[in-house]
Design a protein around this ligand. Structure first.
Ligand code: G6P
Ligand code: ZN
Length: 544
């Protein structure tokens, strides 16, 4: 077996987005497309000769083929060892955990997260650095720059596939391929963070969970941990087998795509808790019996109760949330006397705060929650922290959230998405808002006083780097907010996201319906942005 160099030509548009390079499978299937990008990753890194790379994906269509290509290229480029999940499976948080535990040089994750999979759907590839988190922008920019001038890549002349289904060690052109149990290291870490004995007691007292793995990567993790180690009744994990097309579903844990779960939790014989995770296992949704917990509230509740889990018993250093996430977590930070950080959308912005020990818990409205245990958000981790809290408090999910609101007040919150917009029209909305900014501050909108209005910019407190144009914010003097931004993760057209929030301190008002409570702010948001005339849409496509 020998190393060969193949000539190639650049593909335009190999630009990693919020979370790696995501394109249709058919794009990735073009000759040299994946190879070019992988070589561009390797060409942007230094000092990996003889070191370890972690490799795995969410099992979607093209996962196995991509793994074979990357194994050959890793060998040809001089890596010493690749730890690959059995069957090519590794969840995103597990990759982060394994990189850190085994002190790997970095990792490659094959996933398009919550986007559908299959021959006509999405594939993705992302590089994570030795700290375990997504590559920072300077690395992804370097990868893109290399991809635009690439002329050759290195691989092996022998294309016989490596057996990635059997645990063990294989030599591939002088590099060691170690096929590992995808779950073991991750499960061990969870066992250190959470009171497994208390959770086992909870399950043995009759508590029931329904965990919907959506035929994506978390099935094996949830089965081993929830049913195996913690004693949840067999069958608690549903849709637990990862499938290349996720069983035809859309592996995104939200009220729209996890409707099965929502319905099961609303049924008369509903279990005590419902949870779901996405394609690659980093997102989560939590529901009680007939009671949906918004991701923003979930972060706040987890932060307020984190010390009930052994891994967080010493308290939190700080709490970080992305800007569009509701301000509920800030109130908890204030009560705990720890700093609250507001970052741009994208998990990577939490990396420095976590590395510097400034934040312990982080969360985003987009169903992401996590902590300093890894450098990715972590769906199953959030479920386990909830279980740990439930095991200690022995109250229902709903009771815990309602008590939380009584203590801290309730941040009513909703996100309205306008998907599949013409990109020009969507950019037009943002440009129009930017232009209006100077006149908005101090004005009255539908009887609400605007305190400030800006285009969110973030200066990283650790490295001083500045990120601008991260979303338009209209902040009202009563604490309400309207936020607008364009999605950075879509693969078709543009998606405008409008985030609406209103604070209610009085418990008497907490039972009201969210859309109704936010009604006047919702119309203000639509009018100020001229959404109807500019996009031709008179209603959002998804409301969460
Ligand atoms: C990915 C990132 C998240 C981010 C989300 C935003 O899932 O990992 O950190 O919050 O994208 O998606 P959007 O479509 O709103 O840009
Ligand atoms: Zn994901």
């Amino acid at each position: 077996m020998s190393v060969i160099t193949r000539k190639t030509l650049p593909f335009s548009g190999q630009k990693p987005g919020t979370s790696g390079l995501r394109k249709k499978v058919t794009v990735f299937q073009q000759a040299n497309y994946l190879e070019n990008f992988v070589q561009s990753i390797f060409d942007s890194l230094e000092g990996f000769a003889g070191k370890t790379l972690v490799l795995g994906g969410d099992g979607r269509f093209f996962n196995r083929e991509a793994i074979q290509v990357i194994l050959r290229m890793a060998s040809a480029n001089g890596f010493g060892r690749v730890l690959v999940g059995q069957g090519g499976i590794l969840s995103t948080p597990a990759v982060s955990c394994i990189i850190r535990k085994h002190k790997a040089f970095g990792g490659i994750i094959l996933s398009a997260s919550h986007n559908p999979g299959g021959p006509k759907d999405d594939f993705g590839i992302k590089y994570n650095i030795s700290a375990g988190g997504p590559a920072p922008e300077k690395v992804t920019e370097a990868i893109y720059a290399k991809s635009q001038v690439i002329s050759e890549y290195r691989t092996l002349d022998d294309e016989r596939p490596v057996d990635i289904d059997r645990l063990g060690t294989i030599d591939l052109g002088g590099m060691t391929v170690e096929v590992i149990d995808p779950v073991a290291d991750y499960a061990e870490l969870m066992g250190k963070l959470f009171d497994f004995a208390a959770i086992r007691d909870l399950f043995s007292s009759g508590f029931r969970i329904r965990f919907d793995a959506m035929h994506a990567v978390t099935g094996p993790y949830a089965k081993t941990i929830l049913e195996g180690l913690l004693g949840a009744v067999p069958g608690s994990v549903v849709h637990g087998i990862p499938l290349p097309d996720f069983g035809g579903g859309h592996p995104d844990p939200n009220l729209v795509h996890a409707h099965d779960l929502v319905a099961a939790l609303a049924a008369p014989d509903a279990p005590d808790m419902g949870a779901a995770s996405d394609g690659d296992g980093d997102r989560n949704m939590i529901i009680g019996r007939g009671f949906y917990v918004t991701p923003s509230d979930s972060l706040a509740v987890l932060a307020a109760n984190a010390t009930l889990a052994p891994g967080y018993a010493k308290g939190l250093a700080g709490i970080a949330r992305s800007m569009p996430t509701s301000q509920a977590a800030d109130r908890v930070a204030e009560a705990l006397g720890v700093p609250a950080y507001e970052t741009p959308t994208g998990w990577k912005f939490f990396g420095n705060l976590l590395d510097a020990g400034r934040a312990t818990l982080c969360g985003e409205e987009s169903f992401g929650t996590g902590s300093n245990h890894v450098r990715e958000k972590d769906g199953l981790w959030a479920v386990l922290l909830w279980l740990n809290i439930l095991a200690k408090r022995r109250q229902s999910v709903e009771a815990i959230v309602r008590e939380h609101w009584t203590r801290f007040g309730r941040n009513f919150y909703s996100r309205h998405d306008y998907e599949g917009l013409d990109s020009k029209a969507a950019e037009g909305v943002m440009a129009h808002l930017r232009q209006r900014l100077p006149t908005l501050a101090g004005s009255q909108l539908g009887g609400h006083q605007v305190a400030t209005a800006d285009d969110f910019a973030y200066t990283d407190p650790v490295d001083g780097s500045v990120s601008t144009q991260q979303g338009i914010r209209i902040l009202f003097s009563d604490g309400s907010r309207i936020v607008y931004r364009l999605s950075g993760t879509g693969t078709e057209g543009a998606t405008l996201r409008v985030y609406i929030e209103r604070f209610e301190a009085d418990p008497a008002g907490h039972a009201r319906d969210t859309q109704e409570t936010l009604g006047d702010l919702i119309s203000i948001a639509r009018d100020v942005a001229e959404i109807v005339p500019r996009t031709g849409r008179d209603a959002p496509t998804v409301i969460t």
